[in-house]
Design a binder for this molecule. Structure first.
Ligand code: SAM
Length: 292
C-alpha cells in the first residue's frame, strides 16, 4: 500500500485529522452526520491511527470530531444553496484532501472538481475513481493556472474546508481576486479563525513544518473580507452553530459550551464571498444527467 502512504509532518498529513474526525462523528453522532467515504478512506490509507484511536473516547476529541463534521455540513449548505439557482454549476473542492463533500451535494447535473497537491490527488484517484462529471486537478492552489480546467460557464461555487489557514493573507486574497475575475457570479466559501484561534493553532502549524505560520491568514473581523475584491457581497456565520443546531442525543452540554466558545472567542467562522456579475450561461451545452 506504499502509494496510499501519508507522509508524516507534511501539509498533506493535515488531511488525516478532519478525515478521522468525520469518521468518528459519523460513528458517535449518526443522526447529525453520515460519511461512509471517511470510514472507507481511513481503512485503506497507510497511516498509524493508534494515537487517534486511543484518544477517540475523550469528550475533547469527540468535540474535535464534531468540529470536522459541522464544517463539512456548513460547506454542504452553501454549495446546495448555490446549486439551487445554478444547477449546472462547477462545484470545486479546493484543498480537497480525501473529502467527498462535492459528491454529497451532487444534483446529477453539476460538474465536480477536486483540487489538491499531486501526492494527495494520486492517493485520491486510487480511493475514489472519478466519472465523466468529476475532475481531479493536481495543483498548488497558488498556481492559478488550475482555474483554466474549471468550466464555470453555468456558474461556479468554490469551497475550501480547513485550507485557508495554510495560505498567507496575501495568497488567500490573490486567490479570491483571481476567482472573482475569472468566474463572475461565482461564490467562494472558506473557514477562518480569529487571532486567538491562530495563536492556539501555532503548535499545530509548526508540527506540520510551517515556520511561516505568522503570515498565515486569520480573520478577526469578517468585514475586512469586503476589501479583498471590489463589489462583492460578504456573509459570515459561526462555524459550529451558525448553520445547524447540533441536534443529536449524544451531543452534551460540554460540547455546546465549547461550540459557543469556538464561534465566539476563537473566531471560528465560515465566510462566503459572492462575486459580482453573472455567469455566461449556455443551457444548450449543459451536461447530461449522470448515467446510472
Ligand atoms: C486540513 S486538510 C483539509 C482537507 C479537506 N478539505 C477536508 O476537509 O478533509 C488541508 C488540505 O489542503 C491541502 N492544501 C494546503 N495548502 C494547499 C495548496 N497551497 N494547494 C493545494 N492544496 C493545499 C492539503 O494538501 C490538505 O489536503
Amino acid at each position: 500500500m506504499a502509494n496510499l502512504r501519508i507522509k508524516p509532518n507534511s501539509v498533506q498529513e493535515t488531511l488525516v485529522i478532519p478525515l478521522y474526525g468525520r469518521k468518528l462523528c459519523a460513528e458517535r453522532f449518526p443522526t447529525l452526520y453520515q460519511d461512509g467515504s471517511a470510514a472507507k478512506a481511513c481503512a485503506q490509507i497507510d497511516y498509524d491511527f493508534s494515537d487517534l484511536d486511543r484518544q477517540a473516547a475523550s469528550p475533547l476529541w469527540q468535540f474535535g470530531a464534531l468540529e470536522a463534521a459541522m464544517r463539512q455540513l456548513d460547506m454542504q449548505w452553501e454549495v446546495r444553496d448555490y446549486l439551487a439557482s445554478h444547477p449546472y454549476a462547477a462545484v470545486v473542492n479546493m484543498g480537497c484532501g480525501l473529502d467527498q463533500t462535492g459528491r454529497a451535494c451532487d444534483n446529477g447535473r453539476c460538474k465536480l472538481y477536486n483540487v489538491d497537491m499531486p501526492d494527495v490527488i494520486n492517493m485520491r484517484e486510487q480511493l475514489f475513481p472519478t466519472d465523466w462529471r468529476e475532475t481531479d486537478i493536481k495543483s498548488n492552489l497558488n498556481d492559478h493556472a488550475w482555474m483554466e480546467q474549471v468550466d464555470g460557464l453555468d456558474g461556479a461555487v468554490f469551497f475550501a474546508a480547513g485550507v485557508f489557514h495554510y495560505l498567507t493573507t496575501w495568497q488567500a486574497r490573490t486567490l479570491a481576486c483571481e476567482l472573482a475575475r475569472r468566474f463572475p457570479g461565482g461564490r467562494l466559501v472558506f473557514d477562518t479563525i480569529g487571532r486567538l484561534g491562530k495563536l492556539l493553532m501555532r503548535r499545530t502549524f509548526k508540527s506540520f513544518g510551517m515556520e511561516n505560520y505568522r503570515e498565515c491568514l486569520c480573520v478577526q473581523d469578517p468585514r475586512e473580507l469586503k476589501g479583498w475584491v471590489s463589489n462583492v457581497t460578504v456573509s459570515s456565520k459561526g462555524y459550529m452553530l451558525g448553520y445547524h443546531a447540533m441536534d443529536d442525543p449524544a451531543v452534551t452540554a460540554l460540547h455546546r459550551f465549547l461550540a459557543r466558545r469556538c464561534d465566539g472567542m476563537l473566531g471560528m467562522r465560515v465566510n462566503r464571498i459572492d462575486f459580482p456579475g453573472t455567469p455566461d450561461s449556455r443551457s444548450s451545452a449543459a451536461p447530461r444527467e449522470r448515467e446510472a
